[in-house]
Structures are given as structure tokens and as C-alpha cells.
Design a protein around this ligand. Structure first.
Ligand SMILES: Nc1ncnc2c1ncn2[C@@H]1O[C@H](COP(=O)(O)OP(=O)(O)O)[C@@H](O)[C@H]1O
Ligand SMILES: [Mg+2]
Length: 316
């Protein structure tokens, strides 16, 4: 483990009976990163997080969090972690301020509830009952509780699932401020937008295997298709271009797409379009998004009934 490495996972396997939920994953997460574990439902995200938190034993492989084995050194580790489980819930009648005091008591810590609630932008609701809070405010209370320990590492399992886009953004803001304090945040999500806009690095997991890692830009560069020049024109233009070019050309409805290898290809294609004499009405270029790459790697797109754009699976 290098000094800045906060989480190290090597060849991690977790079986539930005959089901291999986590299938030999390797990950290295550095201090101060927001790291997103992105994948559809059932991919193995929660299982992995619970192993990292010391809540579940692993079948095999090596895991270290802050230099400790989460299963063997659980007591020592738990005091340095902040955790929000998937589907976090609390007692209806308790206020955020009382909840923070209650948690601090559990850990034998002195906590400045007002300061913590301010940090998660919940100071206005400090004395409101949990049951009256919005979904986003409830998650912020979860974050407040996770901060009681002054944790070096936070594990947030789907912290924004089911929240509206505005509430989601306000949670991201809090997570960014935690990063700026030097804390490491490991979160799971099935929202592509969340991975793309919030995370420094992302691992895409599917069926217990990691299929891509890196910054969103790295992943797009490595797994994305080349840039595409798109023309609004009749399909006969595609036939013409195919006869003159060695580049992949696709035609659909009134759109002709040409995959580019280099910038010079733009000029070659446009010159040929001009020579063809076929009328066209619009031209643009486009590059794969993280969503395009995800769909290619995981073979799935947004499932119905889910909240928000660019999401990959329903909340459990
Ligand atoms: N306690 C358990 N016992 C048996 N199977 C489980 C258990 N927890 C999860 N699984 C299965 O393991 C796989 C991974 O689940 P999970 O880690 O919850 O994925 P995710 O959080 O990505 O949705 C799923 O197929 C799930 O049904
Ligand atoms: Mg889960």
C-alpha cells in the first residue's frame, strides 16, 4: 500500500452459495478522491461496500482500508469511517440535532451538532422531525451522522437514489466540500450523470466484474468510439460516401454518420459531400458520452420507472 492509498482491493471474491456476487475485482483508491462505483442493480456494489466497511466477510482476496483488514480489525476501523447504508432510514420523531447527539453518544464522541449540520447544509432543519424532512434532507442527515466520527473515509451507498435532480446536486455540493477537507469518498451509484459530474474516478462494475476504470474522460477515450461526423441528408449520400471512402458510414432516417479517424477526415468527407451534389441541411460532430460507453460495456440502458435522466436501474 502506498501512503496515499486509502482503499486497496486485490482479487476480491464474494460468493453467496452458488452465486458469485463479486468476481475477482482489483481497485486502488487514493486519499482525497471521490470514487464512484457505477453499475446496474445486482452488479455487486453493496456487497463490495459492505466488505470494505467490515460488515461482511469475503470469500477470498485481499482488502485493506486505511491499512487495516476491515473484517479482522473492524473495531479499530469503524471509528475512522463514515457510512450511509443503502436505503438509510431513521426514527421518525427524532430531529437532526438530536440524532447527531445520539450518534456521538454511541461513539463516545463530543460532537458540535450545529457545526456538523451546517457542514451538510441542514442547519435550517436542525429542530425539525425526521419524518417531515424531504428525501434530500434525510440523506443530508445521514451525511451528518456519518461525519460524527470525523471520518477519513466515507462510504455512501447510493446516496442520491430516488432524489430529484436539484436535491441530487445539493448532495453533490456537500460531497465536494468533504473532498476539499481531504476526506476520501467512496460512493455507489447507478446514475451516469452522478459519476460523470461528481467523481474524480469511476469503476464500472457489471455481474461482479470491473469492466472499466479511470476518470470519466479516460473511460470514454479508452472504450468510446471515434468521433462521428453527422449530416442531415438523404441515405443516398451514405451510398455515395461508401463508394469513395474507407471510413465506416451509417445511414438512419435522414441522418448520415461517418466515423472519423483524424481531423483531416472532416475535410475529406465535406469535400466529397460537396462533389456529390446531394443536398444536405445540417452538419455536426459528436463524441461518445459515458452513457454510450456504459451501454456498450454493460449492454443495458435506462430501465423504466426510474427517476431522472441518465439512470441505469431502479432503486431497490
Ligand atoms: N445476502 C445475500 N444473500 C444472497 N444473495 C445476495 C445477498 N446480497 C446480495 N445478493 C445477490 O448478490 C448480487 C449482488 O448484489 P448487490 O451487492 O446488492 O448488488 P448492487 O448493490 O450492485 O445492486 C445480486 O445478485 C444479489 O441478488
Ligand atoms: Mg446496492
Amino acid at each position: 500500500m502506498n501512503l496515499a492509498e486509502v482503499i486497496a482491493i486485490r482479487k476480491l471474491i464474494k460468493d453467496y452459495g452458488n452465486l458469485r456476487a463479486v468476481d475477482g475485482i482489483d481497485l486502488s483508491i487514493q486519499k482525497g478522491e471521490v470514487y464512484a462505483f457505477l453499475g446496474p442493480n445486482g452488479a455487486g456494489k453493496t456487497t463490495t461496500v459492505e466488505i470494505l466497511e467490515g460488515l461482511r466477510p469475503r470469500t477470498s482476496g485481499e482488502v485493506e482500508v486505511l491499512g487495516l483488514d476491515p473484517w479482522k480489525d473492524n473495531k479499530k476501523l469503524i471509528r475512522q469511517l463514515g457510512v450511509i447504508p443503502q436505503d438509510f432510514k431513521f426514527f421518525d420523531k427524532i430531529t437532526p440535532k438530536e440524532a447527531v447527539a445520539f450518534y456521538a453518544g454511541l461513539f463516545g464522541k463530543r460532537a458540535d451538532a450545529d457545526a456538523i449540520l451546517k457542514k451538510v447544509r441542514l442547519e435550517d432543519k436542525a429542530s425539525d422531525r425526521y419524518e417531515t424532512l424531504s428525501g434530500g434532507q434525510k440523506q443530508k442527515m445521514g451525511l451528518a451522522l456519518a461525519l460524527v466520527n470525523e471520518p477519513a473515509v466515507l462510504f455512501l451507498d447510493e446516496p442520491t437514489t430516488g432524489l430529484d435532480p436539484q436535491a441530487r446536486r445539493s448532495i453533490w455540493e456537500v460531497i465536494r466540500s468533504l473532498r476539499s477537507e481531504g476526506r476520501t469518498v467512496f460512493l455507489t451509484t447507478h446514475y451516469l450523470e452522478e459519476a460523470q459530474l461528481l467523481a474524480d474516478r469511476v469503476a464500472i462494475i457489471n455481474h461482479g466484474k470491473i469492466v472499466a476504470t479511470g476518470s470519466p474522460e479516460d473511460i470514454i477515450r479508452e472504450h468510446g468510439r471515434s468521433e462521428v461526423l453527422s449530416l442531415q441528408a438523404p441515405p443516398k449520400l451514405a451510398d455515395y460516401l461508401r463508394s469513395k471512402l474507407d471510413l465506416p458510414v451509417r445511414a438512419e432516417d435522414h441522418t448520415v454518420d461517418v466515423e472519423l479517424n483524424s481531423n483531416e477526415d472532416v475535410l475529406r468527407v465535406l469535400t466529397l459531400v460537396q462533389q456529390s451534389g446531394i443536398p444536405w441541411t445540417g452538419v455536426s460532430t459528436r463524441q461518445d458520452t459515458l452513457e454510450d460507453v456504459f451501454i456498450r460495456l454493460v449492454g443495458k440502458t435506462t430501465e423504466s420507472g426510474d427517476v431522472g435522466p441518465a439512470s441505469l436501474g431502479g432503486a431497490k
